[in-house]
Design a protein around this ligand. Structure first.
Ligand code: IPM
Ligand code: MG
Length: 335
């Protein structure tokens, strides 16, 4: 049995996570679930947006499924997402983006963005001085090696052919230069079976929109990966289609890449696709690949049979979407 820590969070988080849990329960009898608080509900109950007991439960479980949290505009607020990434050393953020629906005027996309998840612009080291603020941006050899090594192994394990290093070393010569040279070294020593490629981040953003087939797997620094994964999701139909895995050597947390969308919370129209695909990624990561694949196939069948969710102008809200996915789920072998 695998124990999953379920963290619904704020806004549409609880709705999409509930849908993903239903689909996981139907897809696999190898799972047990533990629920924990994060975000506003956690603050109201425990006085913290990420209580110690939640973090403890995330550490003790085999993996976690997280919904979303709403950012609070207050001086004492620090993002629980950034905190759990740091505390659990989740150094790789993996974001597969794939078109499930043909959207007029947008080319098909099938790309995996592997984002460095611990440093870069996310060190949050900002210093006030007389003229403004200076932000420290950190790029270390160790973190660059870890993420490039991860991306090489990921590409190989998933039958992908090309790995593109995305950077801005024409301007950030030393820091992004270190990232690119690490990429070249690791590709030369351990990635010879893959096709290596390099691309500046601005032209990568353009190409993701105009010619996404130019990319297979992208490995990049933290903030570039944050932005590019939203661009790629937009090409595929929106953030409702972008699952995400925060992965470390010991722990992992899977989440839909969208936020808490408070404007549509409680209306029954949130699209659970990203949450279900994130849950499927989690099962694959935990060695339950067949169950994860059946979940993905059930989601894909919903779209390939011509149905559309409300975010794409269709008539299916969260509940009717989930019912279809449950109906599409092929029976698995008995464990
Ligand atoms: C994401 C989000 C987070 C990030 C925020 C919520 C801190 O945008 O997961 O992409 O910037 O990494
Ligand atoms: Mg983001």
């Amino acid at each position: 049995m695998k124990r999953i820590c379920v963290l619904p969070g704020d806004g549409i988080g609880p709705e999409v996570v509930a849908s993903a849990v239903k689909v996981m329960e139907a897809a696999s009898d190898e799972l047990e679930f533990v629920h924990a608080d994060i975000g506003r509900a956690a603050y109201e109950r425990h006085g913290s947006y990420l209580p110690g007991e939640t973090l403890k439960s995330m550490r003790e479980c085999d993996s976690s499924l997280f919904g979303a949290v709403t950012t609070v505009e207050s001086a004492d607020y620090s993002s629980p997402v950034l905190t759990f990434r740091k505390e659990l050393d989740l150094y790789a953020n993996v974001r597969p983006v794939r078109s499930l629906v043909q959207i007029s005027g947008r080319p098909p996309i099938d790309v995996v963005i592997v984002r460095e998840n611990t440093e870069g612009m996310y060190t949050q080291n900002e210093v006030f001085d007389d003229v403004g603020v200076t932000t420290m941006r950190k790029v270390t050899r160790k973190a660059s090696e870890r993420i490039v090594g991860f991306a090489i192994r990921y590409a190989r394990a998933h039958g992908r052919r090309r790995l593109t290093c995305v950077h801005k070393s024409n301007v950030l010569k030393a820091s992004d230069g270190l990232f690119v040279s690490t990429f070249r070294e690791l590709m030369a020593s351990g990635g010879r079976d893959l096709e290596g490629d390099e691309q500046l981040v601005d032209s990568c953003a353009l190409k993701l929109v105009t010619e996404p087939s130019a990319f297979d797997v992208i490995v990049t620094l933290n903030l570039y990966g944050d932005i590019l994964s939203d661009v790629a999701a937009g090409v595929a139909g929106g953030l409702g289609f972008a699952p995400s895995g925060n992965i470390g050597d010991r722990h992992s947390v899977f989440e839909p890449a969208h936020g808490s969308a408070p404007d549509i919370a409680g209306k029954g129209i949130a699209n659970p696709t990203a949450a279900i695909l994130a849950a499927a990624m989690m099962l694959k990561h935990l060695g339950l690949g067949a169950d994860g694949s059946r979940m993905e196939a059930a989601v894909m069948q919903f779209y390939s049979s011509g149905h559309l969710t409300a975010d794409l102008g269709g008539r299916h809200g969260s509940e009717s979407f989930t019912e279809h996915v449950l109906k599409n789920l092929k029976p698995g072998p008995k464990h």
